[in-house]
Design a protein around this ligand. Sequence first.
Ligand code: NAD
Ligand code: ZN
Length: 368
Amino acid sequence: NMRTLPIQLSDTQYNVMIGSQLLEQAGALISPILSQKKVFIIADENVAALHLQTLTDSLSHAQIHYETILIPPGENTKSFKHFERVINQLLEKNIERKTPIIALGGGVTGDLSGFAAASVLRGVPFIQIPTTLLSQVDSSVGGKTGINTSIGKNLVGAFYQPQIVIADTQTLDTLPHRELVAGYAEIVKAGLIDDPELFQWCEENGQKILSKDHQYIDEAVERACAFKARIIKNDEFEQSSKGRNLLNLGHSLGHTLEAELEYDGRILHGEAVALGCCLIFKLCTRLGLCPSEDTSRVLKHFKSVGLPTSIKDLNSPMKATNLLRHLQHDKKVKDGKLLFILVNGIGKTFTSQEVNEKDLYKLLIEDG
Ligand code: NAD
Ligand code: ZN
């Protein structure tokens, strides 16, 4: 029951393996791509307590030696401080150019480990074993790695592709419901970007995914990864305004909400993305760009799974001026102007630099 999805890029290709109990087979799955029988595993403490043993048993079985580096769970770990700690531990344990780093965990572990793999010794092989729905459907595929700074999210990092992604959907059985729902938001986002059929499939099957029906989870991961593969194929380094950039639908506003709440767990990344998408649909309807029926449909679906659709849902009063200030530090700025992903409807996104601050301010004031 394993699905294999090839990711094709101009100068590299790798497989995303999707299915149940793949962690048990990890040793055998990675053996063919190893040039030495040694790996480093980076995992956060929560994931290590639940799933590390299964991975290490499987590595031992395949006679692969391993060293483990643990990091604290949570968005705050994507920092210079923890990046430095991880790099120093890798060097103290004598990592070599050909020794792969395995990220076992969610997007936080994947982003930090991938950046460490990209920079230690100027680059060592990298393997992703994502264990959250968010990382299986989004962050483990595509090669974006990095950390946050006090100025903003994901502002330091590298494009660095993994050699294989092993998405064991059974690991999601231990994932808290709120985390599952947050990851689900990125699947819906994919549909909203340019796959209306995926959005409709979510409307019909979302509840089955969220009740952890494995058949539907596996299909969701495959659909979302296939969508992402298609988008990154022609724009690996985010140089086109129509390619990878579109993946940031809802993210500029989402990131400002995350920054304002200081990444302390009051809002999860996926929740911020859901709300960010809702704000963009509302904005576009106000600007006469998007039919109000589409916006209602989007809000209705996010609400039905318990995701926030309005700033009020966060129960944390926020100043519109603060949110606008965070927005200025977004990466998506070109010639001093913010690049926004806007919509003409479900599955119809485009980039624009013409969003004016007054319209945003009004939207944020009225929504909060
Ligand atoms: P996360 O890595 O913090 O994981 C969420 C929580 O779930 C953590 O507490 C973790 O310990 C726990 N957890 C992980 N797997 C578990 C399991 N199987 N069972 C029980 N608990 C488990 O967060 P996330 O939502 O996976 O990722 C969010 C991060 O991903 C953000 O930093 C975001 O910026 C980043 N991201 C990156 C990309 C990219 O392209 N690189 C794309 C989207 C998001
Ligand atoms: Zn995201």
